[in-house]
Design a protein around this ligand. Structure first.
Ligand code: ATP
Ligand code: MG
Length: 387
């Protein structure tokens, strides 16, 4: 038996000229999620309709809840534009609701886009509501705070639906091009990547590992995070860059106080080169103002100066509680909190520079002469995960 979903998207329907591109991207992303499931999509202005077989309901609902750009989706019953049929189906749907829910009140929300239909929205609501009240005398109307809302949309045909599942909102990933996320095993960067995917970016990620100072388990943890990111971001890829030689060079030759800052600056440089290779036009980090010494305005100025590409830092103004809430919601928190050390913690100085003066440390930075090591690290970058 065929099932149908009515998919609502908000923000993209506002985008004048680019609207068609956004809609195309949304369709593409939905179908990519459903690649192993027989499903087809029909697109009408302001709505996407998805048809599948009843046995795939659970997979489809899970997939739709992980696509950026959807405001919500509902399992809908289509029917002919005939008020008697509408009423009959409304009674069936109300009966189904009452079988499984304790709610006692309802409301009808009718919308008529096809103005040739002889009844107004108000008349459709009144007639259908009266039918439900007659069939279930204890189920009463409450237009202000109903337990159940039945929506009826009269368009090219009639679509009727009860529950609307919330979508992730935002823009479809990919409609704003590709970006490269600096993904550590921490709480922040996975959230940062997902928030930018929500603003329409395809996101790939790079992880800097420092064997033998960081363990294989730390790398596995980042791979696990990448798997989660891949459930939201179409064709997500994780690259691994061996950072050991650079990190050791910094630890041996840089002023101790500047070690973390110089490591971050090298990550920026390498990420820029890798971004070029994968056609990404921006970078993303999980930096948050004032969280640690390398995230003060002065430190961000220093590390940011090594990026020719714009660096998006979507967490910059958030507090840790907000970030943790999002990490829990996206499902990355429990992985991020596994206790494996990152190179940054192992090599971190006890008293790092908090307000570095660019002019005072830039010569120390250049005297490291790491250009060859940087080229080597980028050249040896390996693809760790492809979702
Ligand atoms: P996170 O929780 O994302 O690790 P954090 O608050 O621990 O962030 P830092 O460790 O100072 O902050 O790192 C700041 C940002 O630098 C990270 O959010 C991430 O984008 C990037 N970064 C740090 N370490 C690495 C790494 N090993 N590989 C890739 N990116 C990294
Ligand atoms: Mg970290």
């Amino acid at each position: 038996m065929e099932s149908m979903y009515l998919i609502k998207y908000g923000e993209i329907s506002l985008k004048g000229e680019n609207r068609k591109l956004f809609e195309k991207q949304l369709r593409k992303n939905i179908l990519a999620k459903l690649k192993d499931i027989p499903a087809r999509i029909d697109h009408k202005p302001g709505r996407v309709y998805l048809y599948t077989q009843k046995e795939y309901t659970r997979q489809v609902e899970h997939a739709l809840s992980t696509v950026f750009g959807l405001v919500g989706f509902s399992k809908a019953t289509p029917c002919q534009k005939n008020i008697d049929i509408i009423q009959e189906i409304a009674i069936q749907l109300a009966g189904n609701y009452r079988k499984n829910n304790p709610g006692r009140t309802f409301k009808i929300e009718a919308r008529r886009t096809d103005k040739s239909f002889p009844l107004s929205s108000y008349e459709i609501a009144c007639k259908t509501g009266a039918g439900i009240c007659t069939a279930f005398p204890e189920f009463t109307v409450d237009v202000k705070n109903p337990d159940w809302t039945l929506s009826i949309e009269v368009r090219e045909q009639v679509y009727m639906y009860g529950e609307t599942f919330p979508g992730l909102r935002g823009l479809p990933a990919g409609c704003n091009g590709r970006s490269l996320l600096l993904l550590s095993g921490g709480i922040d960067s996975p959230v940062a990547g997902l928030l930018m995917a929500k603003r329409g970016l395809y996101v790939d990620a790079v992880y800097f590992h420092t064997p033998p100072y960081t363990s294989e388990k730390a790398k596995d943890k980042v791979k696990q995070l990448a798997e989660v990111l891949g459930t939201y971001i179409p064709s997500f890829k994780l690259y691994g860059v061996n950072f050991s030689e650079i990190q050791v060079c910094i630890a041996q030759h840089a002023p101790v106080k500047a070690i973390t800052l110089f490591s971050r600056a090298h990550m920026m440089k390498i990420a820029n080169l890798l971004a070029e290779r994968i056609h990404a036009t921006s970078l993303i980090t999980g930096e948050c103002l004032g969280q640690v010494a390398s995230q003060t305005p002065e430190s961000l100025r220093f590390t940011g100066s090594f990026s020719a590409l714009p660096v998006f830092r979507p967490l910059i103004g958030m507090d840790k509680e907000e970030i943790i809430l999002k990490a829990r919601k996206f499902g990355t928190f429990d992985i991020s909190t596994q206790p494996f050390d990152d190179c940054c913690t192992i090599f971190a100085p006890d008293h790092p520079l908090i307000k570095p003066k660019y002019d005072e440390i830039i010569d120390d930075f250049h005297s490291l002469q790491t250009n060859e090591l940087i080229q080597k690290a980028v050249g040896d970058a390996e693809l760790l995960i492809r979702s």
